[in-house]
Design a protein around this ligand. Structure first.
Ligand SMILES: Nc1nc2c(ncn2[C@@H]2O[C@H](COP(=O)(O)OP(=O)(O)OP(=O)(O)O)[C@@H](O)[C@H]2O)c(=O)[nH]1
Ligand SMILES: [Mg+2]
Length: 142
């Protein structure tokens, strides 16, 4: 009797898109960082402090994820760098396809640094690869 494997990793499609994104980032020399934390731990605040330290014209951009609002994008757009909100409509983390879509009409080759602020959630964002070079985890300690 021969066995026919039917199982497929549930994240395999995400991994494929993430690998394409990673290859694109590497090809253009873009450092992509994926910020994750529990809700309200300070991801947007850290990005605000970071962006205010860059000189105008610095090749930096931000994608910021939220379940419903675009408040974080509004906060971050004040610094004059490209910012785009990804509203997930209920999904508790970003996936690679959302990032790919959000970048579709951007000239990513013009960037040196891309920050991705993930949805505030310390569990789900850990499992989805977004093509980043590294994840940055922010911990808020009582
Ligand atoms: N005391 C203190 N407050 C902070 C710090 N970082 C952020 N906050 C405050 O915590 C609140 C939430 O910070 P945000 O930066 O919005 O947190 P976030 O992780 O982006 O939140 P979500 O995107 O909603 O998950 C704000 O009122 C900040 O002013 C910090 O290092 N110390
Ligand atoms: Mg935020």
């Amino acid at each position: 009797m021969s066995r026919v494997p039917l199982e497929r990793k549930i994240l395999s499609e995400n991994d494929r898109i993430a690998a394409e994104l990673r290859a694109r980032f590497q090809q253009h020399g873009i450092l992509c960082l994926n910020l994750i934390s529990s809700p309200g731990a300070g991801k947007t605040t850290l990005l605000e402090r970071t962006l205010e330290g860059f000189v105008p014209g610095e090749r930096v951009a931000v994608l910021t994820g939220d379940i419903q609002t675009d408040n974080d994008a509004t906060r971050l757009a004040r610094f004059g760098f490209p910012v785009r909100q990804i509203t997930t409509g209920g999904t508790c983390h970003l996936d690679a396809r959302m990032v790919d879509r959000a970048l579709a009409d951007w000239h990513v080759q013009d960037l040196n640094l891309l920050f991705i602020e993930n949805v505030g959630n310390l569990v789900c964002p850990a499992s989805d690869d977004l093509g980043e070079a590294a994840k940055i985890v922010i911990l808020s300690v009582a």
